[in-house]
Every structure is written in structure tokens, then in C-alpha cells.
Write a protein that binds this ligand. Structure first.
Ligand code: BGC
Length: 453
């Protein structure tokens, strides 16, 4: 514990420092919830829904062809063209579109018209307007899937709240918007969660990949389950295919109150100012959308009590969400005793003339928030690995927190090792382009399935 840190600050962040005993408790509670989500009898009242993805085939490396993909649900919106040329050669072209923030809370029609417009612009730029390419839609929100190309939106997360979409089939909404324009011939053949894209994309190169994890704006994981255990799938007893990817939607863990023992008063404040209070409890403790705001709330509390920055508050730090989660990565990237990134962050926040103890305090708060995130994520992964009852697994991971935080990977690995049964081997691998290559691979499965009908 850094000696420069005021005891009052240590006390304030104590709630974020969860020990091994609490982590074991999290694993136990999560195991129960996952089992409830999978089972037909308990699914309706479960919080971790364990949705059936309808993806039953892992990549073989033999998938070929050109596919379009849309990626909605992270920090930006993208259109991609993926050409699966060979098992080692995949060409991806992509364009990010400026996503007007007003669309996040506007009408569903406005959202889907924007997606269709961007897709059309992309197709025209690449001379694809007359090609009838299959499209895989990476839609990173909880979906009740009734097939590879039918998904009903259960709830919005991550700050989205567009009207008229919850309860509707998102594929139809997209396809109708494409058809309304009438200027492209694209056919949406599959809808998938980003975790599923991440798993598929990683499995293309690492056949032992069985879990997909996202720690970005939001957080979630999917894994390969035995079809017979996926009781909410109609064909769970009759399907000839042994596996089914399950989209856990673990972000909702704790929405029934079972995570109160790892939450702090700051978590409760963050929750209240989101468009979905009381929802996505686990995600709000873990993911990039919320971590920076948690740090900001601790800081302003400490300033108000006179323990940081001589009690002087800047205008910027008073603004909600002004402490970006990327700042946590910046601050923790400084070597011990150095404050280059920290100084940059403080100056962006309009906080000038800080002394070393203030900078140490800031680092301490950031570490408290990021290490709780990594510990909880480790608990989630361990729960899944135990549930799968396997001794070796590759985990494909994507998301800005995992990618950019200097110690996230190491923390995750360290805590997983401590929680797992001895002898269980795992590898954490960054999964490239889940929403591109992963979407194309799922679309390829859908096209293949159709051609067999
Ligand atoms: C969504 C998940 C998604 C995750 C990561 C969560 O808010 O509910 O569907 O996988 O974010 O993007």
C-alpha cells in the first residue's frame, strides 16, 4: 500500500478491494445463476439468461466467400467487407461511421435508417450495389434468438434507449430499413452477439477456443455448451450437433441483489444516472462505460472532504462522465514514482499544481476500480470453465479495457489461476476482428444451412 496515500482515501476505496473469499462467493453465486439460465424450468426467473445463439458449428477453416458485416454496440459503428480467401488469408475492409449520439435515444426507425444508409454508402463506395451479398449483423445487446436470423431485443444496455425496438425482431427492422431504401441487394442472414463473433474469430486460428469475452464499453461472455444442456433450445434433445454457443449475458448478474457485497456507494450513484437503473449490475462494476465515472465519483468525494487537491475542484471534473475510462489506463501506465501520463490527465481535467500525494491518490483510486473489474471478470471466467468441466481452454478476448489497460491481462490471469482447480490450463488471447471475421463465419454457417434445405 503506497505510504503517500491518505488513510481517508484508503477507507473510501476499501469497498472496491475484494478478497479471495468474496471472489469464491461470487463464483458460487454465479454458478447458480448460470445453471438457472440454462434450465427450461428456471430460465424465466434467472438473471444470467444464457441465451441460445443458434451457432452450433465452430469454424473449420474451410469457410470461403465474401460477406458483409455490421457492428453495432461498442464504442463505434462499423460496416465491414470480409473476404474469406483461405484458412490463412482473410481480407477485411472496414469503415467506421460517425454515430450521432442523439440516435442512441431516438426512435428505432431513425437508428435502423442510419444503419441502412451507412451500409448503402459502403456498398456504393466499393461497387457492391448490385451484388447480393449475405450480411452478418453483430448486434451487441441481449437478444432472445429464435434462429440464426431472428433475434428479439430483450433490453437496451450501454446507454442506448431507442424507442420501439425492445420486443421486436431486430433482423426484420434492419432488413425493412434496407428494403425501404431499395438501392442495395443485401440480405441479412445472421445476427450474433459480439462475444460470439469474438469466440468464432479466435477459434478460426485456435481450435481450442471455447470462450469469447468482451471487456469494453460493456462486458459479457459466451461459451460452448453441450447441446443437451441448452434446454431453451427447441432441439436440445434431438439436434445432431453436439455443441451450442451460449451467450451468457453476464452483465445482468446481480440484478436480483446477489452482488451487493461487492458493490460500493459509488456504484449506486453511477447506477442511478444511467438510462437502465437497477439493470446490468455486474457490467456496471466491470466495464469501460462505467469505470471512469466510478473513479470520478471517488475523486469528487475526496475533494469535497478536503483530502485531495487541497479541496479545490475544477469545472471539468464536476461534469458527469468527464473522467474517461482511458484515463485509468493512462494513469496506471506510468512507472512507479513517475507521473507523465497522470500529469496529462490532470491537466485535461483542469486540475493544476498537484503535489505527489494527490497523484499517488489518483493512481490508488484507479487501481482499486480496475483491479475489482479484473477480479470480477476472473470470477466470471472461472465460473464458466468450472461449468464446462474442462482442463484446457483458449479464451478469445476483445474490448478496449482488456486491450488498453496496461495490467488487465496480467490481473485476469493471476486471479483466474488462484481461483481455478489445480491443473486447469487456460490461455487468454486477443481476438482480432470478432465483429468482422466472426460475423462472416457465422453468416457462412447460415448460408450453408440454407443451401442444405
Ligand atoms: C450487452 C452484451 C454485449 C456486451 C459487450 C452488454 O451491454 O448486453 O450483449 O455482449 O455489452 O458488448
Amino acid at each position: 500500500m503506497p505510504s503517500l496515500v491518505h488513510t481517508e482515501i484508503e477507507t473510501a476505496v476499501k469497498g472496491f478491494l475484494i478478497d479471495q473469499e468474496k471472489m469464491t462467493e461470487v463464483v458460487e453465486r454465479m454458478t447458480k445463476e448460470i445453471k438457472m439460465g440454462l434450465a427450461k424450468d428456471t430460465h424465466a426467473r434467472s438473471v444470467i439468461k444464457c441465451f441460445v445463439s443458434h451457432v452450433q458449428d465452430l469454424p473449420t477453416g474451410k469457410e470461403r466467400g465474401k460477406y458483409l458485416a455490421l457492428d453495432l454496440g461498442g464504442s463505434n459503428f462499423r460496416v465491414l467487407l470480409v473476404n474469406l480467401i483461405s484458412s490463412s488469408d482473410v481480407e477485411i475492409m472496414s469503415k467506421g461511421y460517425n454515430f450521432p449520439l442523439t440516435l442512441m435515444s431516438g426512435s428505432g426507425n431513425a437508428l435502423f435508417d442510419f444503419l441502412a444508409e451507412s451500409l448503402s454508402e459502403f456498398c456504393h463506395t466499393h461497387g457492391l450495389e448490385n451484388e447480393s451479398l449475405p450480411l452478418g449483423f453483430t448486434f451487441s445487446f441481449p437478444l432472445q434468438q429464435q434462429g440464426l436470423s431472428k433475434g428479439i431485443l430483450v433490453a437496451w444496455t450501454k446507454g442506448f434507449s431507442c424507442e420501439g425496438v425492445v420486443g421486436k425482431n431486430v433482423v426484420s427492422l434492419l432488413q425493412e430499413a434496407i428494403d425501404r431504401r431499395g438501392d442495395i441487394k443485401i440480405n441479412t442472414v445472421a445476427i450474433l452477439n459480439d462475444t460470439v463473433g469474438t469466440l468464432m474469430s479466435c477459434a478460426f486460428y485456435h481450435p481450442n477456443c471455447r470462450i469469447g469475452l468482451i471487456v469494453g464499453t460493456g462486458s459479457n461472455a459466451c461459451y460452448v455448451e453441450k447441446t443437451v444442456n441448452a434446454e431453451c433450445f427447441e432441439g436440445y434433445q434431438t439436434s445432431p450437433k453436439p455443441s451450442m454457443i451460449i451467450n451468457c449475458e453476464w452483465g445482468a448478474f446481480g440484478d436480483n441483489g446477489v452482488l451487493e457485497f461487492v458493490r460500493t456507494s459509488y456504484d449506486k450513484i453511477v447506477d442511478k444516472v444511467t438510462p437502465n437503473p437497477g439493470k446490468q449490475t455486474f457490467e456496471k462494476c466491470i466495464s469501460g462505460m462505467y469505470m471512469g465515472e466510478l473513479v470520478r465519483l471517488v475523486i469528487i468525494d475526496m475533494i469535497a472532504k478536503g483530502f485531495m487537491f487541497h479541496g479545490i475542484i475544477s469545472e471539468k471534473i464536476q461534469e458527469r462522465w468527464s473522467f474517461k475510462t482511458a484515463y485509468i489506463s493512462d494513469v496506471e501506465s506510468d512507472a512507479p514514482g513517475e507521473y507523465r501520463n497522470c500529469n496529462k490527465v490532470l491537466s485535461e481535467l483542469g486540475i493544476l499544481g498537484c503535489q505527489e500525494p494527490d497523484k499517488e491518490a489518483l493512481r490508488y483510486i484507479c487501481e482499486a476500480v480496475s483491479s475489482r473489474s479484473a477480479k470480477l471478470c476472473a470470477c466470471g471466467l472461472v465460473t464458466i470453465i468450472n461449468k464446462m468441466n474442462i482442463n484446457e481452454v483458449v479464451i478469445g478476448i476483445d474490448g478496449s479495457v482488456y486491450r488498453f489497460h496496461p495490467k488487465y491481462h496480467d490481473m485476469l490471469q493471476y486471479h483466474m489461476k488462484k481461483l481455478l482447480k489445480p491443473g486447469v490450463k487456460f490461455e487468454l488471447i486477443v481476438s482480432e476482428d470478432g465483429s468482422g471475421r466472426g460475423a462472416a463465419l457465422v453468416a457462412a454457417t447460415a448460408v450453408q444451412a440454407k443451401s442444405k434445405l
